[in-house]
Structure formats: structure tokens, C-alpha cells
Design a protein around this ligand. Structure first.
Ligand SMILES: Cc1ncc(COP(=O)(O)O)c(C=O)c1O
Length: 385
């Protein structure tokens, strides 16, 4: 007898994580605002730090969307990173992409460094540097693609193949792509991590993180970290995240088309030095991006001519883009890394890694693209023309 094919992404996004309706018939799950559970209950819950029905629903749907066996949810993306790295021990080496999210770098540098975990950074967009993985035989390879904020795209399958030669597990921070656009486990990664604060929830109303894998040992470590380090989300935030996740595919399609439209238009404009977007012909890893991602996602970088003050003035004049950190919500945001996310990095270091004074990161929302285009045009006119 023919079996039904695995349901598609949208069907899974809408229907996974709907259980626990109990005897009420509620179509959507309630929020289980309880810290503790009566001993001996059939589902095996005991205390919300180590599990809650809302976490389980989120974990089921997150695993299903990446076609993974396991998922563990956390209070934030940074909690998820903490959980993974807490599985290492003193003396372990991590080989990491050099342009990782700033707080990932800070955790390695200021927290896990104290406990003896050493990180070797390299430009892993250059295949010539993959030999470092063979040389160090690391306890973990840490990748991010596209990277924050420079939107470098790494060859996940290529790097995972090298890591496999020496038995090194590979983590991919998949936050910028989202599970709709990229599935790292299918490309050979051991762990796929997302800050659900961004595209998975998509509404900028709560923080969260999730790690998915097919590896029972890692899953055990992650569940242990969730409860032993107290990294669990609130049930309400887990509930909000499941709700957001249901519309992820629709939102991502719109983020991608809006961002591509703006990226094309911005590329030819006076006053714009450079535009970065994975699906633009001018992006150095565009062919790779098209192979491993289903769309370019909603983030683009624009480097304006002129000073840091002018770039900031431009960002402040925008009406539909709010000047704020974060990304991945339905609303458009703009960030000026030189005075915001990377303000504490010395200017020479910042310039060396490609974060110029005039660089802006746009998180393109799902608004009407013509409104966003007009908004940018007015602000450019005010500041530069
Ligand atoms: C790539 C990436 N990973 C992880 C995080 C951390 O996520 P959270 O802010 O939810 O802790 C962020 C946040 O911006 C991010 O951009």
C-alpha cells in the first residue's frame, strides 16, 4: 500500500505543535503557566525548568521543520549557544568562522575562555583555511551562514565533509537563514541553532533559541543544559514562538522578495558604495548561496559614502525602518554597526573585518516594497544629495 509523502513545510508548520488539547477540543494549545506538575502524571513532566508542555510543542514543531529527530528550546539564542558550548570541557578546541555574531565571540572570549575552551578563528569562506580543522581536530566546528553582519556565505556541506574526516561535530548558527531557507543537518551539520527571537517567531515580541539535531548524545547534553543551567524559556514565550512559526514560510517569501527588490535598486544609486545580499550577482558566494539556500533572506547591508555621522543621520531619517538592534521581525529595522552593535570594537579592528563607518544593516520587513523604497530614497536625498 502506498504511504503518504511527508507533508510539506507549511503543513508541518501549521499542524505540528498543536497537541495537549486534552478534553476541551481547543484547536490551539493553551499556555501552561505552571512551575510544577503532580508527580506520576502520564506525560512525565515534573518541573518547568526541565520541561513543560509548551516547550514540548515548540520542540516538536522545530524538529519537524528541519526534518530532525530532536530539538531543545532555550530562553534566547545566547542561551542556546551557552547550552551547546557547556557540553565542551577544559582543553577542548573550537575552530570557528571569524565573522560570528558578536555575543558568540564575547561568550567564547570572556566566559568559556575562563574555563579552558580555546577558539581558533579563521575565514572559513576560504577553502584554503579548512585544513585548520584537520590540523586541530577540534571538539566543535562553529559556523554561521549567512554571517552577522557581513552576510558571508559558508560552504556548509564542504566544511562538514572535512570535519567528518576527523570526527569533529559541526554547529551551524542558522539564525539569518531560518529553517525555511536552509537546512544545515541535510548538508552534514551535527547541530543547527537558531535564535527564534528572529525569523522563527518573527514578531519581535519575545526572545528564544532552539537547537535541533539527529544525535542522541548531543540531545542528552542539551536537555541537561536546559535544566542544569536554568536556560529554559517561559511557557508563554514558547507558546508565542509556536504561533509565530506557523506563518514562517509566508513571511520568509516576502522578506526575500522585498530584500532582493531593494538590493537590486540600491546597487545602482549615487551615494551607495556597496550593497551586500547573498542572492545579488555581485555577492562573492552567490552561486553557493543559491545552492544551499532557498532564498536570500531578509537582511542586506548597504555601505554609504561619507562619514559614520552621515550614515547614522540617514538611518535616523527613515520612517518605516526603526533604528534598533535585532532583525527578522515583520517590521523593518535598520542598524548602524559602527555606533551600535560594534561600538565597543576599536575602529581599526572594525575596519579590518569589513565593518566600515558607512555600513548599515537593514532587516527588511514584510511591508509594501514601494513604501520602503520611497523611504530610503527620501532619506538619501536629505542626507547626501
Ligand atoms: C546570528 C545570531 N545568533 C544568535 C543571536 C542571539 O540571539 P538572542 O538575541 O535571541 O539571544 C543573534 C542575535 O542577534 C544572532 O544574530
Amino acid at each position: 500500500m502506498a504511504t503518504d509523502p511527508v507533508p510539506g513545510f507549511n503543513t508541518r508548520a501549521v499542524h505540528e505543535g498543536c497537541g495537549f488539547s486534552g478534553s476541551t477540543g481547543a484547536v490551539m494549545p493553551p499556555v501552561f503557566l505552571t512551575s510544577t506538575f503532580e508527580r506520576g502524571n502520564p506525560d512525565g513532566f515534573d518541573y518547568t525548568r526541565s520541561g513543560n508542555p509548551n516547550f514540548r510543542l515548540l520542540e516538536q514543531s522545530a524538529a519537524s521543520l528541519e526534518r530532525a529527530r530532536f530539538a531543545t528550546c532555550f530562553a534566547s539564542g545566547v542561551s542556546a549557544i551557552t547550552a551547546v558550548v557547556s557540553g565542551l570541557k577544559a582543553g577542548d578546541i573550537v575552530v570557528a568562522e571569524e565573522n560570528v555574531y558578536g555575543c558568540t565571540y564575547r561568550l567564547f572570549d570572556r566566559v568559556f575562555g575562563k574555563f579552558g575552551v580555546r577558539v581558533v578563528y579563521a575565514d572559513l569562506a576560504e577553502s584554503g583555511n579548512w585544513g585548520l580543522i584537520r590540523e586541530h581536530r577540534p571538539a566543535l566546528v562553529w559556523l554561521e551562514s549567512p554571517t552577522n553582519p557581513l552576510l558571508k556565505v559558508l560552504d556548509l556541506a564542504g566544511i562538514a565533509a572535512v570535519a567528518r574526516e576527523v570526527g569533529a561535530p559541526v554547529l551551524v548558527d542558522n539564525t539569518f537563514a531560518s529553517p525555511y531557507l536552509q537546512r544545515p543537518l541535510d548538508l552534514g551539520a551535527t547541530l543547527s541553532l537558531s535564535s527564534t527571537t528572529k525569523y522563527i517567531n518573527g514578531h519581535s515580541d519575545c526572545l528564544g533559541g532552539v537547537v535541533v539535531s539527529n544525535d542522541p548524545e548531543w540531545q542528552e547534553r542539551l536537555l541537561f543544559a536546559q535544566k542544569a543551567l536554568g536556560l529554559q524559556p517561559s511557557p508563554f514565550d514558547a507558546w508565542l514562538t509556536v504561533r509565530g512559526q506557523r506563518t514562517m514560510a509566508l513571511r520568509m517569501e516576502r522578506h526575500c522578495s522585498n530584500a532582493l527588490f531593494l538590493a537590486h535598486w540600491l546597487e545602482g544609486l549615487a551615494g551607495v558604495r556597496r550593497v551586500g545580499y547573498p542572492f545579488l550577482a555581485s555577492h562573492p558566494q552567490r552561486e553557493l548561496a543559491r545552492r544551499q539556500m532557498r532564498g536570500g533572506s531578509g537582511i542586506l547591508t548597504v555601505e554609504l559614502e561619507g562619514s559614520a555621522e552621515q550614515a547614522l543621520a540617514f538611518a535616523q531619517r527613515l520612517k518605516w525602518f526603526t533604528l534598533a538592534e535585532s532583525l527578522g521581525g515583520v517590521e523593518s529595522l535598520v542598524c548602524h554597526p559602527a555606533t551600535m552593535t560594534h561600538a565597543s570594537v576599536p575602529r581599526e579592528v572594525r575596519l579590518q573585518v569589513g565593518i566600515a563607518d558607512g555600513l548599515l544593516r537593514l532587516s527588511v520587513g514584510i511591508e509594501d516594497p514601494e513604501d520602503l523604497q520611497r523611504d530610503i530614497d527620501h532619506a538619501l536625498n536629505d542626507v547626501f544629495r
